[in-house]
Design a protein around this ligand. Structure first.
Ligand SMILES: NC(=O)c1ccc[n+]([C@@H]2O[C@H](COP(=O)([O-])OP(=O)(O)OC[C@H]3O[C@@H](n4cnc5c(N)ncnc54)[C@H](OP(=O)(O)O)[C@@H]3O)[C@@H](O)[C@H]2O)c1
Length: 327
């Protein structure tokens, strides 16, 4: 099968289209013919091995997983022994997690990591949901504990996670403020944001409006500034952010580590987020999508052999919502 492989850390040029053996489903796994895959910031972090501290998990000298990509949608081609919940021919979507491998014609995945594709979404739209959608869902609902009437601010509202977070915060009954640049103001408003702050003109941390939850997806502001935007007992959810700056030891981990250090000593809740894939969350996203409450926005679509260009575009941190690969 064709796949985008990588044998050393580096820029998009280190990714190549290669012929590799198609995977064979083990017990409890399903083989999926991939129709679409989506990019996430995670993919360029693994591609570059950045931050270097992350290589403890990603692989010390090169990516442990040779094929890049996590999110996919496609059709089940075969099932391994003891698979009970998925059948050959099912349309599914999912996130391969740290195993990676989605930028390929076939993936093998534990049945617990796939769910039926939302019936009303194209494979491209469905592939755009898993990692970004689960991040938004867990950040707002579980970690952020958003309740109806809460005021929620999403910093990075026009990105892959942010466009879904704005919609999910509305589903949870919040009053939503989205932060983005001028060209994305209309998009963020169209997703349901009650207020939009154009960061090229206004500084949300200097605004008089205070928020019960600040969901930070950019990592470009200090803890002090982010906390200024909170009510006295508000919650700050830190999830990462940032662009490649020629190599870094800790990158976005710095702000997250500072948040953890400060958290025990302040009245604000400062919490960090690690989105783990799983069927239960995919089922929740599907229900929202099929009810018309959650619609992924796709910025650009690339063919498989152009994944290096797609990652080059995404790692600039100005993609408008999701970048998707059609296979
Ligand atoms: N902790 C976890 O488990 C987890 C899971 C998923 C993602 N993440 C992290 O979450 C972050 C966001 O992910 P993503 O997929 O949404 O990334 P993304 O799609 O690459 O985000 C791009 C967006 O960031 C916006 N942006 C850039 N600079 C900004 C600024 N100064 N203020 C406000 N918005 C700005 C851009 O808007 P403009 O073009 O309008 O500037 C663009 O729409 C990433 O760093 C990712 O690593 C963490």
């Amino acid at each position: 099968m064709k796949a985008i492989v990588q044998d050393r850390y580096g820029p998009p040029e280190t990714l190549t289209l290669a012929d590799v053996d198609a995977p064979v489903p083990a017990a409890g796994e399903v083989l999926v013919r991939v129709e679409a895959a989506a990019l996430n910031a995670y993919d360029w972090h693994v591609m570059r091995g950045d931050p270097r501290l992350g290589r403890l998990a990603m692989g010390p000298s090169r990516p442990r997983a040779r094929i890049r990509g996590r999110d996919f949608a496609g059709r089940v081609e075969a099932v391994g022994a003891h698979v009970r919940t998925v059948r050959t021919g099912d349309a599914v979507f999912g996130d391969l997690g740290d195993a990676n491998g989605a930028f390929a014609e076939y993936v093998c995945v534990p049945e617990t990591l796939v769910a039926p594709k939302p019936a009303n979404l194209t494979p491209q739209q469905a592939a755009a949901l898993p990692l970004a959608g689960v991040t938004a869902l867990l950040g707002l609902r579980d970690v952020g504990q958003v309740e109806p009437g809460h005021r929620v601010l999403v910093n990075g509202a026009s990105g892959g996670v942010g466009t879904l977070a704005v919609q999910l915060a509305k589903v949870l009954g919040a009053t939503v403020t989205g932060v983005c640049s001028t060209r994305n103001v209309d998009l963020v408003r169209s997703l349901g944001a009650d207020h939009v702050v154009d960061y090229t003109r206004d500084d949300f941390t200097r605004d008089t409006r205070r928020h019960d939850l600040v969901f930070d997806l950019v990592g470009n502001r200090s803890l002090t500034a982010l906390r200024r935007a909170l009510t006295p007992t508000g919650t700050l959810v830190l999830s990462g952010g940032g662009v490649y700056r020629g190599g870094s030891l800790v990158g976005p981990i710095r702000l997250i580590a500072r948040g953890r250090l400060v958290a025990p000593f302040v009245r604000h809740r400062i919490v960090t987020l690690t989105a783990a894939p799983g069927r239960q969350h995919l089922d929740t996203l599907r229900a929202h999508a099929e009810a018309g409450r959650l619609t992924p926005v796709i910025d650009r679509t690339y063919p498989l052999h152009e994944v290096p260009d797609a990652i080059r575009y995404l790692e600039g941190e100005h993609a408008r919502a999701k970048v998707v690969v059609t296979i």
